[in-house]
Ligand binder design. Structure first.
Ligand code: CU
Length: 209
């Protein structure tokens, strides 16, 4: 019985050994803890399509050189209408409609144009700068999407109930919340968030139109 130590203690002992022994022993990742974030508007109504991202303490803001994502066109709409990716992610734009689309962005974060096409353009668009790109289609004025590019692999988009969940390592992190309805010139509101050993939940109220 004494041979089986509880997990947290075992990690603690190994972490102490690592600290003493130098770099020979690889660091053991801490167990992920789920954080649930509820995003509401100023009237307390749930906000769908809000982007929650977490800067994790001690983690380098590395570009995701191998990350892939997809922003489709279906029924003359972008699906999803809000896409969040880590900086460096290559995004494909498959067109599932029978009509052709002409996707563009004039945003500083990523300026590009995919000229009138059917199917999937061969070269993906790499979003290499953090911020927000607003996308449109030259043919269909009503088509609009946002690509939110964040310097962290920890992110999620809220569902219809304004709810998002992210698995995080324990520590003191910084949570940012963004929504397409926020004024473009304002930075995304951020706040500290402490992750201990138990699942956590918090509510964010956003002033979004
Ligand atoms: Cu179109």
């Amino acid at each position: 019985m004494q041979l089986i130590l509880p997990r947290p203690r075992r990690f603690g002992l190994l972490a102490a050994l690592c600290a003493l022994g130098g770099s020979a022993i690889p660091a053991i990742p801490s167990q992920a803890v789920p954080l649930t974030v509820i995003v509401n508007d100023e009237n307390g109504q749930p906000l769908a399509n809000a982007v929650v991202s977490i800067q994790v303490q001690g983690a380098a803001a590395r570009a995701a050189t191998s990350a892939r994502a997809e922003l489709a066109q279906r029924g003359k709409r972008f699906v999803p209408s809000v896409l969040v990716v880590q900086t460096g992610t290559a995004v494909q734009f498959p067109n599932f409609d029978t009509v052709r689309h002409h996707v563009y962005s004039f945003s500083q974060v990523k300026t590009f144009e995919l000229k009138l096409y059917a199917g999937t353009p061969t070269a993906p668009i790499v979003f290499d700068k953090a911020g927000t790109a607003i996308l449109g289609c030259n043919i269909h004025d009503k088509m609009s999407a946002h690509v939110r590019v964040v310097d962290t692999p920890y992110f999620a988009t809220t569902d219809a109930n304004g709810r998002a969940q992210i698995d995080l390592p324990p520590g003191e992190h910084t949570l940012s919340t963004w929504h397409p309805g926020l004024a473009a010139e304002l930075p995304a509101p951020s706040q500290p968030v402490r992750i201990g050993s138990d699942a956590a939940k918090l509510t964010v109220r956003l002033k979004a139109s």
